[in-house]
Design a protein around this ligand. Structure first.
Ligand SMILES: [Zn+2]
Length: 342
């Protein structure tokens, strides 16, 4: 089912319900560009919900609407799945951040021999690996081809003001938010959510440190001081700064748990993940896909600790991590730096 609502004049939301995978729903947005019935769409929901998305648009806007542009906040299947269907109906120009191409390439590598041996190196349990490879092979077929790759500052003019596209890496390397310069609204994608802590998954991409980049992007948003945050999952909220504070504390606690697991003698990623308190329950009780997300997030925390100099990665038969220090002070210092850096 899809539900239409007006966020404010010139910004509309279509909520797409989705029961699988514990997602619940995802929101798609329409920005009215001008009085001429021309719109910019932000994300497109799932592939399987694209017909209902198109019929909701038709019911609300009639035949004259044109969707000239489609901005993908990030390349996850609940956000890009319906893009190709929207494009074939409206011939929209598709835009996404240049760094999302690294994710597309990583997905291609994941299903190759190189990717499978990397998964083995991480000692990913077989059941999780089978599920992940199946999902990736399916989703890859549907990945849209962007007409324009975002790199640097870009703005969209609309009847509600100028929307600035802001690069907020962390949930993915090329995740973007849209900030309305005139009324302070922020369309936050999955970067900043009111209830859930966004997954910060590791991607095997040179120079990318997901948690470091995620925390820095939270600071970018804190500095902007949005008047309202409009997420892809959940209701709009006004307290960006306090939510960001909560997320910093959450990751601080998780980094402590990660280091404690290493200090207790664990070194394999799966074993470390078993020691972490996950919001959806103990690691062993998670679904295969949630286990995968938990493993990727564990690597992000381990890599962050490596960046802080308190942990070392060792590659042998498997990838292992070893604690170099018991003291959390240097991690605290890095967190403090990230929370204030420009
Ligand atoms: Zn999402």
């Amino acid at each position: 089912m899809s539900r239409f609502s007006t966020i404010f004049d010139g910004l509309y939301r279509i909520r797409i319900d989705y029961s699988e995978g514990g997602i619940g729903h995802v929101d798609v947005f329409l920005i009215q560009n001008n009085e001429d019935d021309e719109y910019t769409m932000i994300d497109a929901g799932f592939q399987s919900t694209s017909s209902e998305l198109l019929s909701t648009i038709h019911d609300e806007f009639g035949d004259n609407i044109r969707i000239s542009r489609l901005v993908i906040t990030h390349i996850h299947y609940d956000h890009y799945g319906g893009v190709n269907q929207v494009v074939s109906r409206f011939s929209s120009r598709v835009m996404m951040h240049q760094r999302e191409m690294e994710v597309v390439n990583a997905l291609s590598r994941a299903v190759s021999e190189e990717g499978v041996s990397w998964l083995r190196l991480l000692s990913v349990p077989n059941m999780v690996m089978d599920k992940v490879l199946k999902i990736i092979s399916q989703e890859r077929k549907n990945i849209p081809r962007p007409n324009q790759l975002i790199n640097g500052e870009l703005s969209i003019e609309s009847i509600s003001g100028t929307w600035r596209i802001i690069h907020t890496p962390g949930h993915t390397p090329g995740h973007v938010c849209l900030y309305n310069n005139d009324n302070g609204a922020l369309i936050s994608g999955d970067h900043l959510l009111p209830q859930e802590t966004s997954n910060v998954p590791f991607y095997p991409i040179e120079g990318y440190n997901p948690l470091r980049d995620y925390l820095a992007s939270l600071t970018t948003v804190k500095r902007i001081k949005p008047s309202i945050v409009i997420p892809s999952h959940g209701e709009p909220f006004s307290s960006a700064e306090s939510r960001i504070g909560e997320l910093y504390r959450h990751h601080n606690e998780r980094l402590r748990q990660t280091l404690a697991a290493l200090l207790s003698g664990e070194s394999k990623i799966t074993e470390v993940a078993r020691q972490i308190k996950w919001s959806r329950g103990h690691f062993d009780t998670l679904s295969a896909f949630d286990k995968w997300l938990a493993l990727l997030e564990t690597i992000s925390h381990l890599e962050f600790l490596c960046w802080c100099g308190v942990v070392e990665r060792k590659i042998g038969e498997n990838i292992r991590y070893e604690a170099l220090a018991e003291d959390f002070t240097s991690v605290e210092a890095k967190l403090a730096e990230l929370s204030t850096s420009p």
